[in-house]
Design a protein around this ligand. Structure first.
Ligand code: SF4
Length: 135
């Protein structure tokens, strides 16, 4: 497995990408899995066309669905990063040469569009404001 430089930069907290699970669709013995292989109770589509056209993609991604809380998985965000590579090749090249930035402020968190009922263990772990030195 290889990762794009900007996906690694996203994992380091430097890119504010939104999930694009349609960029890495999953096909298994049950059919085309909605919306990605990590969520197992969202159903299956009988064809690629049905997956693309009938999945409510706007309901998935960090901040849009509590099941996606704190997700930074490649199946949702590598495609977002590759899209950014084509949009900003110089930025991608510089990150590839220098590596992800590990100091300074994080990219902003996505807006949470649902009511949170409490702090889950993953939410506590993701409260990373003290993990990085400010520059
Ligand atoms: S945020 Fe993660 S779990 Fe949710 S759809 Fe994207 S890849 Fe799947």
């Amino acid at each position: 497995m290889t990762d794009s430089s900007l996906f690694l930069d996203f994992l380091a907290g430097n890119q504010p990408y939104e999930c694009t699970p349609w960029s890495t669709p999953t096909r298994n013995v049950f059919g085309w899995q909605k919306p990605c292989y990590l969520l197992v109770n969202e159903g299956y589509a009988p064809s690629f066309k049905a997956l693309m056209e009938d999945t409510d993609w706007e309901n998935y991604g960090t901040g849009k669905n509590p099941k996606c809380d704190n997700c930074m998985a490649h199946c949702g965000y590598e495609g977002s990063a590759v899209d950014d590579v084509f949009a900003h090749p110089i930025k991608a090249m510089l990150v590839s040469l220098r590596g992800p930035r590990t100091e300074g402020p994080f990219a902003p968190d996505p807006e949470v569009k649902y009511a949170r009922t409490g702090r889950t263990p993953l939410t506590v772990l993701s409260d990373s404001s003290s993990l990085r030195k400010s520059s």
